[in-house]
Design a protein around this ligand. Structure first.
Ligand SMILES: C[C@H](O)[C@H](O)[C@H]1CNC2=NC(N)=NC(=O)C2=N1
Length: 115
């Protein structure tokens, strides 16, 4: 079951253009699946596992479509059986609510793979 965050809109960076501080994003981070970790208070990192390369590629393509639809793009690494994600808001050089919404959306996509 993914977080209700996944139902939120992916809004651009906060109106002040500043990244969220730890106390501002802590509740969002608590809502994400176990795949996610906050790194250096700067970006979100996740690793999703799959049975083979073909399935990892399909998930990568799903994430790519989501990113294009929401115009908010992660860094994606694709390997045999694994997809690595790094997610932050480039325009503010750190984390915004959009990153946590995207992470929750990716958790919801991953749930469809039944892994
Ligand atoms: C030029 C383009 O509009 C910008 O790069 C958009 C698109 N995708 C983006 N993706 C991410 N992760 N952060 C951004 O600030 C961002 N901004």
């Amino acid at each position: 079951m993914s977080s209700p965050l996944a139902d939120e809109p992916v809004e651009p960076a906060g109106d002040d253009g500043e990244p969220l501080a730890e106390d501002e994003y802590a509740d969002y981070a608590d809502e994400l699946g176990d795949a996610w970790e906050v790194i250096d208070e700067h970006h979100l990192e996740a690793s999703y596992e799959f049975p083979d390369f073909e399935t990892a590629l399909a998930f990568t393509n799903d994430v790519g479509e989501l990113a294009e639809a929401e115009w908010h793009h992660p860094d994606i690494s694709l390997s045999w059986g694994e997809v690595g994600i790094e997610m932050w808001s480039h325009e503010v050089g750190g984390l915004t609510r959009a990153d946590f919404v995207m992470a929750a959306r990716m958790d919801r996509l991953y749930a469809d793979y039944g892994e």
